[in-house]
Write a protein that binds this ligand. Structure first.
Ligand code: CMP
Length: 136
């Protein structure tokens, strides 16, 4: 039985700044994802705080929100069989130092903060995150 899912992907400011968005999108396409929605935007800190609200108690929350709002980002809806897990595998570990060869974060990530991409971590969060950026 098929289990096609949608997940939210963000190409973060460090990667957009280095003009890596085309290369990262190519990695998604090569790995069988369809990019069904896409836009390049910059959000303000208040919006970043809303987006990362699940992390509001974490010590890195303030820096994380400052960072996500520091420059343009590319937000996308990716579609594929088991997209949420497949995207997490393709991104690699949160900390690029721990990410496996062939993953986006291993290839492009600079640090745990500047780790080039974000991806939804569950079906429930994927729906919330897609609505956050694409609800019309
Ligand atoms: P992301 O997948 O976008 O989700 C939250 C982000 O917080 C994460 O990627 C990291 O870039 C950032 N972050 C910073 N410090 C930490 C930490 N200690 N643990 C997890 N995430 C962190």
């Amino acid at each position: 039985m098929s289990n096609v899912e949608n997940t939210l992907s963000i190409i973060k400011p460090d990667a957009v700044e280095r003009n890596l968005d085309s290369q990262i999108k190519e990695m998604f396409i090569k790995n069988g994802f369809d990019i069904i929605k896409e836009k390049k935007i910059q959000i303000d800190k208040i919006e970043a705080e809303k987006f990362y609200k699940v992390h509001e108690t974490k010590p890195f929350y303030n820096d994380l929100c400052t960072y996500l709002s520091s420059g343009p980002i590319v937000v996308m809806v990716l579609e594929k069989e088991n997209a949420i897990l497949a995207n997490r595998e393709l991104m690699g570990s949160t900390n690029p130092k721990d990410a496996k060869e062939g993953t986006i974060r291993k290839k492009f990530g600079l640090s745990i903060d500047k780790n080039s991409v974000h991806g939804s971590d569950s079906l429930e969060n994927a729906k919330i995150e897609i609505d956050f950026f694409f609800k019309s």
